[in-house]
Write a protein that binds this ligand. Sequence first.
Ligand code: ATP
Length: 446
Amino acid sequence: MEKITSLAKRRGFVFQSSEIYGGQSGAWDYGPLGVELKNRIARNWWKEMTQLHDEIVGLDAAILMHPRTWEASGHIENFTDPLVDCKKCKARFRADQIPPECVSEKKCPECGGELTGVRKFNLMFKTHIGPLESNDESNIIYLRPETAQGIYVNYKNIIQSNRMKLPFGIAQIGKAFRNEIVTKNFIFRTCEFEQMEMQYFVKPGTDVEWFNEWKKRRWAYYEKLGVKMERLRWHQHGADELAHYAKDAYDIEYLFPMGWKELEGVHNRSQYDLTRHTDYSGKDLQYIDQDDGNRKYIPFIIETSAGLTRTLLMLLCDAYDEEKVADKGNEDDYRTVLRFHPTVAPITVAVLPLQKKDGLAELAHDIRAALREDFATDYDQGGAIGRRYRRQDEAGTPFCVTVDYETKENGSVTLRFRDSMNQVRLPRAELAPRLFQEIKTYKRTK
Ligand code: ATP
């Protein structure tokens, strides 16, 4: 993880928030390569979840929601972590993340000092809306701790505006905020993060079938992204973990450097959410089933909930590779390479002139200009060509185009592949179609 964190900073993927002031824990900034990667992951997920389905539509709901939302959802009452503090070293722990005997014997796992009893700590960030700064309950507002509630409260609007019929889904990507007690492991668990959630509304009785279907689809999604599948596994929530409203819940876990950790949840949330919002809003949220004699009922909800920023960390870990470079005949020559799938790589193709002089730079600019409308491109003319390849390998750029003296003569260029380091020569005019084809048929081999 240290290597990944340092590469992320050095190459401008992720910076500590407010670093010049000593940093703000639980918050991170995404630099030039990081924001491209994040946007591409989001776009890729969006395409997978909306463009490829007739019956899934998108939504972008506000972060600030009516406070009753969080009463209905159960967050005000139940969205808590058990917290203990050490009276001696002042360290703070989640009681469920330290050995149980430390909690029962009130003994600090770090210094052996006395621990306080367990307190419930609500993870929602609270603030005030309007000009009053008093702690008057009437102007309290929360930063949403999940994007899902924005979907539930809009479910009826979407049925009406888009004439949706069951089964159908609503997808959303957006920020969520949790006052996490322990934020370590880089961007794994942060106070401000992004989620990619899809809520699928189904007829009661078909929920188990749809739950299994979404489990299958979400697994296939990671396969398509080229993730090392041996580093993914399912974890079914046991009776002690299962939320009271959930009928069944599985997490997709990834083998991060610090161990197996949750990446995404696929949950059968039963009729809980819409029933609660019906009760708290007084609005009838039943679905009228025109295909079943206008029967009225509350749909079941199957949820797929993934962290966008956590997926970014997963992809950094999964793509990271160090490799001995055999071609140079130098025993100690290693390269660091990020083997991103081309659909999410921050830069798709870099154009590199062999030399700056003799018109090669101009020619390379011209070739880049022809590609940049369709691809995320980069241009680099500084230093030896080998070093420039290494820099692109480290940024995860799957393709490099080299412009040399032969280009001047006959218009052909070299296309170099990140993973194999193989090179092929082809006419300029064939570059774009070849890149499209390579992206479409990409298979990770290492
Ligand atoms: P955990 O048990 O790790 O706190 P959770 O089970 O509460 O997570 P969910 O509420 O199911 O998580 O959130 C869905 C997804 O959102 C998670 O799988 C994760 O990818 C992401 N996520 C949740 N909390 C955070 C966080 N604090 N920082 C980054 N991503 C998060």
